[in-house]
Design a protein around this ligand. Structure first.
Ligand code: SF4
Length: 408
């Protein structure tokens, strides 16, 4: 195995934190691809050049995605990374693996690839870094024979991902694992045969703590929430008050300022609560979400591509998330139909909504306009009254005046 002198990337091994350079060097002791990746990285740092050629058509028979082609411009100098394709494996919902499954994944990867992995990529897939074109079919055959499938890439539904949900978390408002699995099974075609204008990501979080950061990273974020009042155990509140400064840490940090504590009783104006989870996450024994549970569906977040980065925008304030998840699946199909009709290549759904307007989007998907959809006061003039709305309002008003029920 060639020995590379690596003074620059050695700097990244210093300090108290784990280092990917250390792990690459470890893998490089027995794997030529990983060893050349170490030398290649040092050269990139020395010359301040990338050398990677991204993309290209590589894949396995029957799939339009799941493998991302990577080649080095300086493959003659570093033959181990001349081809260095990335393979995405569809991760289990909530990222639960047995140690046996992880060994199985790594053993196959050691046999055909660099042995380097990224657990997990930002979409959610388990990412296997660096293999050659000739090995792809054999890799796919070995993984699929053991029940694994490729993840998604390109202009497709990206591999859906979710938080650990009911597997470990007492706050989850719905079964994120069940929904994620159902969506993955339902939309296999959309995942593996890219036909969209661009990528579409769905992420499911059980509550507003949003452990998969769906609000910033998913075209469609499904975030657990509740209806009704936060459940309060006043005795436990007193216990917390003896150990912490409730006014500083809870009351003053409430984003809608809807809480008060007078030293005896905690009060919440639930009509003003935005369900942010801050108080519940801080006083776990004293507070619980309300009893009627479901999710808020938001649309359109993404990192900068055509226009700047966007956060998700509420389209459905509350929806029950229950098997067989028909309502969510139908909504997703309607969203895709509208996007398909209106997007130019490489436009994410949030960008198309910004350009075409939330009003036409809501009309097309059959969701009525609601106050919760207003992103910024006085900036979203997408609610208009039609002549029919005004006529029916006037008729209702006249009827109420007649029966004495009319109130200003
Ligand atoms: Fe305030 Fe958030 Fe608690 Fe609601 S959940 S009361 S908005 S801190």
């Amino acid at each position: 195995m060639k020995k590379y002198n690596t003074p620059l990337i050695d700097q990244l091994e210093k300090g108290p934190w784990p280092s990917f350079v250390t792990e690459m060097k470890k893998a490089g002791k027995t794997n030529e691809m990983a060893n050349d990746a170490v030398g290649h990285l040092e050269k990139c740092y020395t010359t301040k050049m990338g050398y990677w050629k991204h993309g290209g058509i590589v894949g396995v028979l029957g799939y339009g995605g799941g493998v991302i082609g990577r080649y080095s411009e300086i493959g003659d100098e570093f033959p181990g990374v001349a081809h260095f394709h990335t393979v995405r494996l569809n991760q289990p919902s909530g990222f639960f693996y047995t140690s046996k499954a992880l060994r199985e994944i790594c053993d196959i990867w050691d046999k055909y690839g660099s042995g380097l992995t990224n657990v997990h990529g930002s979409t959610g897939d388990l990412v296997l870094l660096g293999t050659k074109t000739d090995a792809l079919e054999a890799i796919f055959a070995e993984y699929s024979s053991r029940g694994w499938d490729l993840g998604s890439s390109g202009s497709a539904l990206r591999t859906p991902s979710c938080c650990v949900g009911p597997g470990r978390c007492e706050w989850t408002m719905y079964d994120t694992l069940g929904l994620n699995y159902a969506l993955t099974q339902e939309f296999q075609d959309e995942m593996h045969r890219p036909t969209f204008s661009y990528k579409f990501k769905i992420k499911s979080s059980g509550c507003a703590c949003d452990c998969v950061a769906s609000i910033a990273r998913a075209d469609m974020s499904i975030i657990g929430t509740w209806k009704g009042d936060i459940q309060i155990d006043q005795n436990e509140v007193k216990n917390y008050a003896s150990k912490m400064n409730i006014n500083a840490e809870i009351i003053n940090m409430c984003p809608t300022q809807c809480m008060s504590y007078d030293g005896k009783e905690l009060k919440i104006n639930n009509a003003e609560c935005s369900r942010c989870m801050h108080c519940i996450a801080k006083m776990t024994k004293a507070l619980k979400p309300g009893k009627e549970r479901g999710a808020t569906i938001c649309i359109g977040s993404k990192a900068p591509i055509v226009v700047g980065s966007l956060l998700s925008w509420v389209i459905v304030p509350f929806i029950k998330i229950e098997e067989p998840y028909t309502e969510v699946k139908e909504l997703i199909r309607k969203i895709w139909d509208w996007w398909d009709e209106n997007a130019k290549p490489r436009e994410r759904i949030g960008e198309v909504i910004e350009m075409k307007g939330m009003r036409s989007f809501l009309e097309a998907i059959g969701v009525p306009p609601m106050p919760q959809q207003i992103k910024e006061p006085r900036k979203d003039p997408f609610m208009f009254y039609t002549e029919d709305d005004i006529a029916s309002y006037k008729a209702k008003e006249a009827e109420e005046k007649k029966t004495g029920k009319y109130k200003f």
